[in-house]
Design a protein around this ligand. Structure first.
Ligand code: G3H
Length: 531
């Protein structure tokens, strides 16, 4: 197969990569069992001159036995809170993380290249994903130092001294999504382990090979069993791990159906903490006085960055009837002007990494058209072997599948409204509650609207597309959109619990506490300032 045709710049050409290593209990082991081939939907020429999906390599298709071995390693490393890692000095855990991030940086080019091939993310966004992840780790280290400094003291209330800190929860099962296979997964994994938990991490179905170059960095940076990385199918790996009841935290970015199914496998639900980032159907609401130039620019990036494959994407646009015609005409033109190309060409639109996605998007379009919507833009809905050109659909109503489903792809439903209660009621009735974008200017309208919207979602973006970043801000959701809050700071809280040492104020206890502090015998009880 001619993977490296002349069309691909030399630095982005790729050779099939056999990922046969996995990490359990600090050992990089070689997998000798069944494997699964990994393909890109970006085509290459075979010897007969036919265009076929590019073979990128292979990954282990692990059996349950190996998954349980990984669980066992994580359990042993946590040792019900008695392990080396959960009892280690915070400063020492941070040193491990600093070592890791330095080693990770060495693999920037490999990981970015795999991001482009595996999930077809364009070049700048692939670099951005890598760099944003490195920044996230560095910021997490700083945030934990701050948290530790705040805890480096004693309180005294009601005659009781207290030394309050945050402690780990136990074993974390960490599962990430294909659209941010590095960033979103690490935004779970990194805070989880830095807080003293131990983890089993299974990469997503797409965007899996790119974890391979980092295996050694994990192995060399953390004590055995702290991070265990396995490859394969959810039903053979994640489900059996959950069934043991030994997982303390399910950390998952993905669909609520997967999260609920895994949760249901756990025999002791009251002992299972959930940290979940789930699906959404973020609306854009365009008020009569919206600045259309700005609105269209934000709606293009909001609906179609990475082809709409973002949980934060704008997935439905409510446009006031007074400007819907002008909006539709200008927005459709802007969509048709978008460039499609290969990831390394750094075009805005790139192929879809899921082989079935173009047809799914086409089905949504056909369903809506069959029920009265029109495709407003000329190129809308044109399907190629790995793409469906973004379609602006109007008028959309609740009889259509695209009204309800999280399309997670390039199709944009537009709904016209007369009264503001129409989008508000739709949002209230929706199963989702992550974010909204509100476009307008008149504060007499915007003010009260924000008061309501803030109770329907967790972030109201004013004249701005929805997004997760900057990562220091809280990333949360209501209803089916999330459980818990993530941000550099909040994730540290989500993966830990407040735990403290208390002692009645008495000369006897006070002397012991003072001696304890001076002796440095405890890693937990410490008033040292972490530099
Ligand atoms: O897929 C959901 C991501 O968290 C979205 O992140 O808004 O930075 O693209 P983003």
């Amino acid at each position: 197969m001619k993977v490296n045709s002349n069309e691909v710049p030399t630095e982005f050409q790729i050779q099939p990569y056999v990922c046969d290593q996995y990490l359990i209990n600090g050992q990089l082991k070689t997998w000798k069992g069944n494997t699964t081939e990994v393909f890109s939907t970006i085509k290459s020429l075979n010897d007969a001159g036919e265009r076929i999906p590019t073979l990128l390599g292979s990954i282990p298709d692990m059996e349950t036995e190996t998954a349980l071995e990984a669980l066992n390693a994580a359990e042993m490393a946590f040792q019900r809170g008695q392990g080396l890692w959960p009892t280690m000095k915070v400063g020492d855990r941070l040193k491990c993380m600093e070592t890791f991030v330095e080693k990770m940086k060495e693999h920037r080019e490999e990981v970015v290249k795999l991001l482009m091939w595996e999930i077809c993310k364009n070049k700048s966004d692939s670099y951005k994903e890598f760099d944003r992840t490195v920044d996230y780790i560095v910021d997490t280290i700083d945030a934990y130092k701050n948290l530790d400094r705040k805890g480096a003291k004693f309180d005294k209330q009601g005659g009781v001294h207290a030394h309050i800190r945050r402690g780990p929860l136990g074993v974390v099962l960490c599962l990430g999504p294909y659209n941010y296979p590095l960033n979103e997964t690490f935004c779970l994994l990194i805070p989880a382990i830095i807080m003293g938990n131990t983890a089993i991490f299974k990469p997503a179905k797409h965007g899996v090979l790119l974890i391979a170059p980092l295996l050694q960095a994990f192995q060399e940076s953390f004590p055995p069993g702290v991070v265990n990385i396995v490859f394969g199918r959810g039903r053979k790996i994640a489900s059996p791990i959950m069934q043991t009841g030994k997982v303390d935290v399910l950390a998952l970015i993905g669909h609520s159906s997967s999260a609920v199914a895994l949760q249901d496998e756990h025999p002791n639900k009251n002992r299972l903490r959930l940290v979940l980032g789930l699906e959404a159907k973020n609306p854009g609401i365009i008020l009569p006085d919206a600045d259309l130039d700005l609105t269209i620019k934000e709606c293009i990036s909001g609906t179609l960055s990475f082809n709409g494959q973002r949980c934060t994407a704008l997935k439905v646009l409510y446009v006031h009837e007074s400007l819907v015609d002008e909006f539709n005409q200008r927005f459709s033109k802007a969509v048709d002007e978008l460039q499609f190309g290969m990831p390394w060409e750094d075009t805005f639109l790139t192929p879809l990494p899921e082989p079935a996605k173009p047809n799914y998007i086409k089905e949504l379009i056909d369903d809506a058209v069959g029920k009265g919507a029109k495709v407003l833009n000329k190129r809308g809905g044109k399907v190629t072997e790995n793409y469906c050109f973004p379609a602006v659909l109007y008028p959309v109503n609740e009889t259509m599948n695209v009204y309800h489903e999280e399309q997670f792809g390039p199709v944009i439903p537009v709904i016209s409204y007369k009264e503001i209660d129409e989008p508000l009621d739709a949002m209230a009735a929706s199963d989702y509650g992550q974010q909204v974008s509100l476009f307008g200017r008149d504060v007499r309208k915007i003010g009260p609207l924000i008061d309501t919207l803030a109770n329907l979602v967790c972030r109201v973006n004013l004249n701005s597309a929805c997004q997760r970043g900057p990562d220091v801000y809280p990333f949360a959701g209501r209803k089916n959109s999330a459980v818990g809050t993530l941000s550099v700071y909040d994730a540290l809280r989500s993966f830990s619990i407040r735990t403290f040492v208390a002692a009645k104020d008495s000369p006897y206890n006070n002397e012991i506490l003072e001696t304890l502090l001076n002796s440095k015998e405890s890693n937990f009880v410490s008033t040292d300032y972490l530099l």
